[in-house]
Design a protein around this ligand. Structure first.
Ligand SMILES: *Cc1c(COP(=O)(O)O)cnc(C)c1O
Length: 370
């Protein structure tokens, strides 16, 4: 029997009545862009993430672009970014006319290595984007120290609801750096039924700028103070996200249970490196990503057995054609290149049934002859 990598339909069934109500509310209100639904969700998300301000935008990439713009980042500026991340992190820098400068990950957590970051800071460095990859937070407090006063933006698209203990206190993703971004792309742990994103900040002045940037540079209709964008969360997405948010903790806990079940089942297979979660972190397992040297053969084996899987990411960003102008070559970022050869993500979504977890496990174990 096949096991899909992700099954958004199953989740949909569970909360069908709340979703039906949300749709109806929006249709009846006749208010489709920003408005009360968006304000309500922004306020719920601010409470959830422990931040003062939330600004809903069109997608996670725009959230990064608008934040960089708010800091005045443009041509001639460098922004330090992880070498191993989803492309949106780099695209945001390029879209501002600035240059993404890659920093290698800690091979265990896949997150930005603070020592490498410290070494990469130059007088042209104007900001750092730290990504919380696969569901666990980057060591934000160490990143901020290594950034030597440059603003640090936490790209928490993959880690909605993750947390980290910093100086004895539990801090939520988006809260630690005081400036963060999220994505509500359907496959994120809190996904809309379309695109969506969020900027979060503790800073009142920055909040005012972000509100203008998302709406044509204006706070008061038809009066435009800055050259802005049009990137807003729509009411329908906000209503769906409000219906889903109360369930997010339970869904994350289910993902952690699935991950622990895999960890135990693979513990005796030396060829598999299971995900490593920093002791200070609670992961929300946006991905359950193992490392295997025979990755391509394992993937072919799983495919033949109908077991869903995915590679995040098959080609490192410095080798992507769209970044050829940055002049990087093979071998420049070996940790990212090695990750691209070795990583494989297995199904970990909350609605997986116990029998399906066992099917995935049997398929993986059979590849290694166990
Ligand atoms: C998903 C994601 C984003 C934003 O993606 P959008 O599709 O633009 O919402 C940004 N950064 C990372 C690391 C992501 O995984």
């Amino acid at each position: 029997m096949a096991v899909s990598f992700l099954n958004l339909g199953r989740l949909h069934q569970e909360i069908r009545p709340a979703l039906d109500q949300a749709y109806k509310r929006v249709m009846d209100s006749g208010w489709f862009i920003t408005g009360p639904e968006v304000q309500a969700f922004e306020s719920e998300f601010a409470t959830f993430s422990g931040v003062k301000h939330c600004v809903g935008v069109g997608n996670g990439l725009d959230a990064l672009v608008l934040l960089l713009r708010a800091y005045g980042i443009g041509p001639g500026d460098e922004v330090l970014v992880p070498s191993n991340t989803f492309i949106a992190t780099w695209l945001a820098v390029s879209q501002c006319g600035a240059t993404p400068v890659p920093v290698e990950p800690d091979p265990q957590t896949h997150n930005m290595d603070p020592a490498g970051l410290e070494a990469a800071v130059t007088p042209r460095t104007k900001a750092v984007i730290a990504v919380d990859l696969f569901g666990q937070m980057a060591p934000i407090e160490q990143v901020m120290e290594a950034a030597q006063g440059c603003p640090v933006i936490e790209d928490a698209a993959q880690s909605i609801g993750a947390s980290r203990v910093i100086d004895g206190a539990r801090v939520m993703a988006g809260q630690a750096a005081a400036i963060g971004t999220f994505s509500f792309f359907p496959s994120k742990n809190l996904g809309g039924y379309g695109d969506g994103g969020m900027m979060v900040t503790q800073d009142d002045a920055l909040f005012e700028t972000l509100m203008k940037l998302r709406t044509h540079g204006s706070r008061r209709t038809y009066y435009h103070e800055i050259v802005g964008y049009n990137s807003r969360l729509d009411s329908l997405q906000a209503a769906v996200l409000s219906a889903k948010l109360p369930h997010l903790k339970a869904w994350s806990a289910a993902r952690r249970r699935n991950a622990a079940y895999y960890d135990a089942a693979f513990a005796d297979i030396g060829e598999i490196t299971a995900p490593y979660i920093d002791a200070a972190n609670e992961s929300i397992y946006n991905q359950y990503t193992i490392r295997v040297s025979a990755r391509d053969a394992l993937q072919a084996h799983l495919k033949a057995l109908g077991i869903g899987n995915a590679i995040y990411y098959p080609l490192p960003l410095h080798l992507q054609p769209c970044f050829a102008h940055l002049g990087s070559r093979e071998g420049a970022f070996p940790e990212s290149e090695r990750a691209a050869r070795e990583v494989l993500s297995l199904p970990v979504f909350p609605e997986l049934r116990p029998g399906q977890l066992d099917e995935v496990i049997d398929a993986v174990r059979s590849f290694f002859g166990r």
